[in-house]
Design a protein around this ligand. Structure first.
Ligand code: SAM
Length: 284
């Protein structure tokens, strides 16, 4: 006879496999401990006694499954999160983008849009707003709606203003939003060159010819095999000389693509893709 813990493990395996096969959400290669924690939290709010009794309903009900996806994905973010990162982006990467008449940027795992608006502000301040297109993607459709709305709690603006200034911002941060009661509504013109789209890094197709890819604080939830898969995806999408940006707790150390990349500054997590002749790539 299996113990309760072992039964729960089997039920979670079945649940992950089931929602992948029926609804197309693939959590099979997410790091198990944090996934299990978040699933348990979802279960305790769901009214079901255990995963076994929730499973038949999850398989048949896309809306219920969506609540689980909401619960499993961690959407925490901040505008100008890790200000030093944005400072280096401004100083080292924007000059590279300015060499293009038109540059493409992929922001993968954009959550509620905090990072999208931060980047759009940098581009505006560098005069690159109309020469860059940002593709802001996330697997979570509900959080994408929030990102598009550009509405944030007003109480967060103090912190975001400090982050903006630490990232080298010289303007009045309050010029980028209007306050309405307890909300801050971000200047909608900032996203006129942003395409928001659902995209699942575990299962969906490549984007082509990006000059800059940001995927910060997303792969920390993935197992190594999925990290490698996603990094290979980014490598295929990024032009030589382009930049790949990861979160502060992530790195390319030991990853398959690492030899083809050079970190811009130590611990910046901003990696430049080296120019390598196709012949050399084939040999390695
Ligand atoms: C912690 S947030 C990071 C937000 C932002 N990049 C930042 O650093 O502030 C992680 C985001 O990744 C998204 N995500 C998780 N797995 C994903 C996948 N397989 N494909 C696309 N997005 C994913 C989640 O929905 C969530 O919005």
């Amino acid at each position: 006879m299996l113990s309760e813990t072992e039964i729960t493990t089997v039920e979670i395996d079945l649940l992950i496999e089931g929602i992948w096969r029926i609804h197309g959400y693939d959590f099979r290669d997410y790091a198990r401990a944090s996934l299990q924690r978040r699933l348990s939290l979802w279960l305790s709010n769901s009214g079901y006694a255990n995963f076994g009794s929730a499973l038949p309903f999850l398989l048949r009900d896309a809306v219920l499954c969506n609540t689980l996806v909401q619960g499993v994905t961690v959407n925490t973010s901040e505008m100008f999160r890790d200000p030093l990162f944005f400072k280096i982006l401004r100083e080292k990467v924007l000059p590279y983008l300015s060499t293009f008449s038109h540059a493409k940027i992929w922001l993968a795992g954009c959550a509620g849009g905090e990072e999208v608006y931060s980047l759009a502000i940098l581009l505006r301040e560098a005069g690159l707003e109309d020469r860059c297109r940002i593709y802001a993607t996330d697997l979570n459709q509900d959080i994408l709606k929030k990102a598009k709305s550009g509405i944030f709690p007003l109480r967060n603006m103090q912190q975001y203003t400090r982050n903006y200034q630490r990232a080298g911002g010289q303007a009045e941060f309050s010029d980028y939003y209007v306050a309405r009661y307890d909300r801050a509504i971000i200047d909608s013109q900032l996203t006129r060159n942003v395409v928001f789209a659902a995209h699942n890094l575990a299962t969906d197709a490549d984007f082509s010819e990006m000059q800059l890819i940001l995927c910060r604080n997303v792969m920390i939830y993935f197992k190594l095999s999925l990290k490698e898969k996603v990094l290979n995806l980014f490598d295929r999408c990024l032009t030589a000389g382009g930049f790949l940006c990861l979160g502060s707790k992530e790195s390319l150390d030991g990853r398959h693509i690492a030899p083809d990349y050079q970190e811009t500054e130590p611990r910046s997590r901003i990696y430049c893709k080296k120019y390598i002749s196709p012949a050399k790539r084939d040999i390695s």
